[in-house]
Design a protein around this ligand. Structure first.
Ligand code: PLP
Length: 397
């Protein structure tokens, strides 16, 4: 992999004709250390946010030893990336029976989630009625405080949890309760409310619970989405956990995906054409910008020019390189109004649900990775230099 000092250096020296993915291992390591030191329990990295083996090894080296995986391919990938070190938790509530069997038999997976009796029976069948299982019952909770809902697909409803918790208690060595408040939760209240649901379920079923897993949802920073400090989330979760009727030896877990990976990657694209306030760039909906196209997510952008433009900022929309009309990102993305064809733009915070979503549709891809040691365009963890470039680097607080 190439190394460079900065995004600007990559653009001006390489003058790349295809998009270039920038990697910032130190930003991911810093996020990992933050969770390891400050979250009042154990943090599992949710691999789906970005399954890069290099990222997985970086997080592991920084103290993240547990990984939330959702498919047999993710199980194999993390096993391989860490040479069998690292503990895998299979937290998808609907799994293939063969996947459970392979995970248990070949990869030492003992932790599984479920939200129905059918899935419980499937897990018991696939593991030969194992007696060393940690089984986490997924509750359905509200996504009201989150930018991306995860409320409708998975999770047992309050009326169903009693029987399910009692049956799972019988089968499990350790019983857990887990939930997911939705991605990019903008308030700690999301977790406080969900923990109240957990309390109701525990009281109703009168079971001993060994693990409370508050899932993912921890936010990152994007234009127009600047969340409160993560410490406030951790305090609210700690307070809620301490007040639950669980045993003294019970454990608190969380499963951050976005918060551990967003700052890890960004992308350099080139403007191939300008039409008014629309820029035709060489990456898009089928590349790293799926969320920008499909749910209007706004990522931070900066013009990478050796001689900084001092033109005023203006809102632009982007077209991606494929022939598809849907390859369109409305933004607005704020850039100097003199931006033109041939310019390079850095699009930030693509480490989570960005670089991981890339397809090769229509022959457009981004094969070059460059490790850089400048700061990400925004950060929840470090001192981001006040306006590293003129364009809209986000300042916090
Ligand atoms: C997607 C997912 C996560 C990670 O969510 P983020 O919002 O990225 O933190 C964690 N746990 C489960 C079960 C998930 O499906």
């Amino acid at each position: 992999m190439h190394k460079h000092h900065s995004a600007l250096g990559v653009a001006t020296t390489l003058k790349p004709a295809a998009p270039v993915t920038l990697i910032r291992p130190e930003a991911a390591a810093r996020a990992a250390r933050f969770f390891v030191e400050k979250f009042p329990g154990r943090s599992l990295y949710a691999v789906k946010a970005n399954p890069s083996p290099d990222l997985i090894r970086t997080l592991f080296a920084a103290g993240i030893t547990h990984f939330d995986v959702a498919s047999i391919a993710e199980v194999r990938l993390v096993s391989e990336a860490l040479g069998g070190k690292g503990k895998l938790c299979f937290m998808h509530p609907v799994k293939a029976e063969e996947a459970i069997a392979e995970a248990y038999r070949d990869h030492g997976v003992r932790t599984f989630s479920l939200d129905t009796i059918d899935e419980l029976e499937k897990i018991m069948r696939a593991t030969g009625n194992a007696t060393d299982l940690e089984l986490c019952v997924r509750l359905r909770v509200s996504s009201d405080h989150s930018e991306l809902s995860l409320a409708s697909k998975f999770g047992a409803e309050l009326g169903e949890t009693r029987e399910l918790l009692m049956a799972t208690r019988q089968a499990a060595d350790a019983l857990g309760i887990c939930f997911h408040v939705g991605s990019q939760a903008m308030s700690p209240q999301a977790y406080t409310n969900a923990i109240e649901r957990v309390r109701a379920a525990i009281v109703d079923a009168a079971v001993t619970v060994d693990i409370i897993d508050v899932g993912g949802g921890f936010p990152s920073v994007y234009p127009g989405m600047e969340p409160p400090a993560l410490e406030g989330y951790f305090e609210a979760i700690h307070r809620g956990f301490e007040s639950l009727p669980v045993s003294y030896s019970s454990e608190l877990w969380c499963e951050p995906g976005r918060a551990l990976s967003a700052e890890y990657s960004s992308l350099i694209v080139r403007v191939e054409r300008r039409r008014g306030d629309e820029l035709y760039i060489n990456d898009g909906a089928y590349g790293a910008l799926f969320d920008a196209a499909h749910i209007g997510w706004r990522f931070p952008v900066a013009l990478l020019r050796e001689d900084e433009s001092d033109a005023d900022l203006k809102g632009f929309s982007f077209y991606g390189p494929t022939c598809d009309d849907m390859d369109h990102m409305v933004g607005p993305f704020m850039l100097p109004e003199d931006v033109k064809a041939g310019d390079y733009i850095e699009i930030g915070m693509l480490g989570a649900y960005g670089c991981a979503m890339r397809t090769g549709f229509n022959g457009f891809s981004a094969e070059t990775l460059v490790v850089v040691d400048d700061e990400p365009m925004a950060s929840l963890y470090g001192e981001v230099q006040p306006v590293r470039r003129r364009a809209n680097v986000i300042k916090l607080g």
